[in-house]
Design a protein around this ligand. Structure first.
Ligand SMILES: *[C@@H]1O[C@H](CO)[C@@H](O)[C@H](O)[C@H]1NC(C)=O
Ligand SMILES: *[C@@H]1O[C@H](CO)[C@@H](O)[C@H](O)[C@H]1NC(C)=O
Ligand SMILES: *[C@@H]1O[C@H](CO)[C@@H](O)[C@H](O)[C@H]1NC(C)=O
Ligand SMILES: *[C@@H]1O[C@H](CO)[C@@H](O)[C@H](O)[C@H]1NC(C)=O
Length: 498
């Protein structure tokens, strides 16, 4: 091609594309924050990003144990992060005003291949936005935990009787068969845990069992109470508060005393969950938990946490999330609950009717009705952080979520070979219709399941466990999801035969 044949428009287009290619995308809210307060908390993402390929490779490789698989995953991600982030980390570390400021924090994350800077100023932001390696700079998000009905008064209840939520999902009938969740480890990413509480101290897995990116405490502790309460519902061993009293817990403090969960702490916690660390920072990915229970959410749906959810998936860790407390309006579901890999949980009250506050679907991201299931969430008695023998009631989808995490622990204990996708399917298949009705959302009447108020219904322990026993007897194929799926497949093959 001769030069004079190139149209000026084409030349201009090339020039613009080239200049855009070196331009770093900076989220506009960052400039606003710096204008208002002189600083902002930012995440730096990189142009070279092989995370997707690394995940795919690990997924197709065969590994002797799950621990081997997670170790390979961590090694590949860490080495990828080290190479891609080196230049940017060097630039940040040589920026003197940053070193002089004690409130600044810099973290390099392998799990999402991002660098985090707390309290960046305008000058450093401008320097970063000229660096070639960077694809975009985004502002840190803050998530919340929520207790819409407030706390009840403290009680010291010495009764061992299963509490209403534990009884409503019929966990005691599974215990009667000898299964209380032993052999299973559940992690929480929450406000921490009062590790000395009588309901919890016996179930703590001390080895690589605690991480606190906020206060760097060395032993489990909780300065809000939300995490202690949630963990009590999963594994609490006293007063009938726990669904899986034979399971063990580990915990990461990703949320502060105000119940605010900064994205950087959440990502730090996600790394801990995939590869648990000890107080000296050494880690052992073979000690990853089987389940991670999360009762924090963003008030809207976004993709910000897809990176960590995908890594939980690759590590074969079942992920449970509260759907949020923004009901009863439709389209109030929050993320990451609506991520397809997650089991999202709405709340029912003690009449097993959907709780008003429980967020409703449909989702703007996931075509399946949301939440996936519901569980008891109102007036749940569990451990409080104010004393080792103190209990009290809280309400919210935060309290429903740990009932499901406990049930997944029972299910896993029943058969340690179950995969996460089997677990997801069994939990939904075992769910039961609830009482009462609510305004339909997304055009689905609430007498139909799954719907956008409680998904497949309220979880049920014996039905879920029974489902696992007949996994190979194809009972699951009766499930609507499968019927719908089969119809789709058969339909598109122009009818085979049933
Ligand atoms: C403990 O709580 C249960 C219901 O959760 C109640 O039936 C029982 O009376 C309480 N026991 C005491 C000693 O307060
Ligand atoms: C951390 O390192 C110190 C000093 O080497 C050692 O005494 C301590 O036992 C280690 N702690 C853990 C949890 O490994
Ligand atoms: C990691 O934990 C596994 C399982 O407990 C254990 O077999 C292995 O020796 C540990 N590895 C290291 C390096 O401590
Ligand atoms: C346990 O789960 C695995 C994986 O789905 C399955 O192959 C196996 O048959 C199950 N075992 C029992 C006893 O149900």
């Amino acid at each position: 091609m001769k030069l004079q044949n190139i149209s000026p428009v084409f030349v201009l287009a090339v020039a613009i594309t080239t200049s855009l290619a070196v331009e770093v995308k900076v989220e506009s809210s960052i400039y606003k924050a710096i204008e208002d307060t002189g600083k902002a908390n930012i995440f730096v993402s990189f142009k070279k990003n092989d995370i997707h390929n690394i995940r795919n490779q690990i997924t197709v490789q065969t590994h002797v144990t799950r621990g081997d698989r997670i170790n390979s995953l961590q090694e590949a991600l860490k080495s990828h992060a080290d190479t891609t982030q080196a230049g940017v980390l060097k630039a940040i570390n040589s920026y003197r005003p940053l070193q002089a400021n004690p409130t600044v924090k810099i973290s390099s994350f392998w799990i999402t291949n991002q660098v985090y800077i707390r309290h960046v100023d305008r000058e450093l932001l401008e320097q970063l936005s000229t660096l070639d390696d960077i694809s975009e700079i985004t502002q840190e998000q803050v998530y919340t935990i929520d207790n819409p009905l407030g706390d009840s008064t403290e009680v010291r209840n010495s009764s061992a009787e299963p509490k209403w939520g534990v009884a409503a999902i019929r966990a005691p009938e599974v215990w009667a068969s000898g299964n209380t969740g032993s052999g299973v480890v559940v992690a929480t990413i929450d406000t921490g845990v009062r590790g000395t509480h009588e309901a919890l101290r016996g179930g703590f897995r001390k080895e690589y069992g605690w991480f606190d990116p906020i206060e760097a405490t060395l032993e489990p502790t909780d300065d809000n109470g939300h995490g202690t309460h949630a963990t009590g519902t999963i594994v609490g061993r006293t007063n009938g508060i726990g669904v899986a009293p034979g399971a063990q817990w580990i915990a990461c403090k990703g949320c502060d005393y105000k119940g605010q969960c900064y994205q950087s702490d959440i990502i730090d916690c996600a790394q801990f969950v995939v590869c648990p660390t000890d107080a000296n920072g050494s880690f052992n990915c073979s000690l990853a938990p089987h389940i991670v229970s999360n009762s924090w959410s963003s008030s809207n749906e976004n993709y910000v946490n897809d990176g960590i959810i995908s890594m939980f998936e690759t590590a074969e860790i079942a992920v449970i999330f509260a759907i949020g407390n923004s009901g009863p309006r439709c389209r109030t579901v929050s993320s990451p609950g609506t991520h397809p890999y997650v089991i999202s949980v709405g709340a029912v009250d003690s009449n097993t009717a959907v709780a008003d506050y429980s967020s409703r679907g449909p989702s703007s991201i996931n075509v399946s009705p949301q939440p996936d299931v519901a569980a008891p969430g109102s007036n749940i008695l569990s451990a409080l952080f104010s004393g080792d023998t103190i209990y009290g009631e809280k309400s919210g989808t935060s309290m429903a979520t740990p009932h499901v995490a406990g049930l997944v622990a029972l299910l896993k204990s029943q058969n340690m070979s179950l995969t996460v996708s089997e677990i997801r399917r069994l939990i939904k298949a075992g769910a039961q219709p609830i009482k009462g009705s609510a305004e339909p959302c997304g055009g689905i009447e609430n007498k139909n399941y799954p719907n956008n108020a409680v998904g497949y219904g309220m979880v049920d322990a014996p039905k879920t466990i029974a489902g696992s026993a007949s996994l190979n007897a194809q009972v699951l194929l009766k499930h609507h999801e499968f019927v719908a799926f089969s119809l789709l497949i058969f339909g598109s093959l122009k009818f085979l035969s049933f």
